[in-house]
Design a protein around this ligand. Sequence first.
Ligand SMILES: [Fe+2]
Length: 276
Amino acid sequence: MSLAEAADNQLAALRQLWLDSGGLLVLRTGEALCPKDFLRFCRAFGPLEENEKYDPDFLLPGYPEILRLGNLYRDGKYRALFVRAERGEVLWHTDDSFRYPQPAGSIFHCRTHPETGGGTWYAGMADAYDALPSRLRRRIEGRFAVHSYTFLDDRLRQDNPHRREMPLEVRRTHPPVIRPLVVNHPETGRPALLIPDCHIESVTGLEEAETRSLLAELLAHATRPDFAVCWQWRPGDVAVWDNRSAMHAGSPFDELEARLMYRVTFTGPDTYDGTR
Ligand SMILES: [Fe+2]
């Protein structure tokens, strides 16, 4: 059956499956969905966001909800958000944790992809929390982290010289925010680790070196093969991940080959809004 023909109750069942999975649903559809059908699928998960903070050239013309990601380059400039995956280091993160509310989930639709490379890593943070040694659990109990867009931007700029200067308005509307290191999922109630170290400028009460070593230790635990998987994309694939219970990370590919993904983010109850 084509995803474009899925009935509303089938889409609702997929949403439930996504929640029950711990944060990742991947469908190998083999079809290039038209923007309208893709957006109908996405709306079954939550109200869609528009991509105000991105260069309008990165958006699919006529569909501001759809951000193009990849190395699409035309007429002397990138027409997609191109974030080069670092070699060696893996930029584990959860989308836009540096704002309230962060998108509840994100959706990829693969359009064009190299045969090899460019896979996306996913890791389940609720299972990782459940298996956390009690020594680490005690260390992070009640601690908060500062998540910052400018901190991430500085890091990305090191490997992405093509990245445009962050507009002043975006900087002004994205001040750093705090979030606990352990969050409760507002829909499933499960506790999960929230440790996107490339967004985290500091952990409250810790010095810089302690912050980095604590996050490194937590990440090493949370991204073990028990909790992580790398998805190798084929055109037509659709993946939905939950930013409140899963982290993800890109991996490098041959940049002489084309990679193009459509990305949509949707809203939903956040794990934290800065007031508790
Ligand atoms: Fe991401």
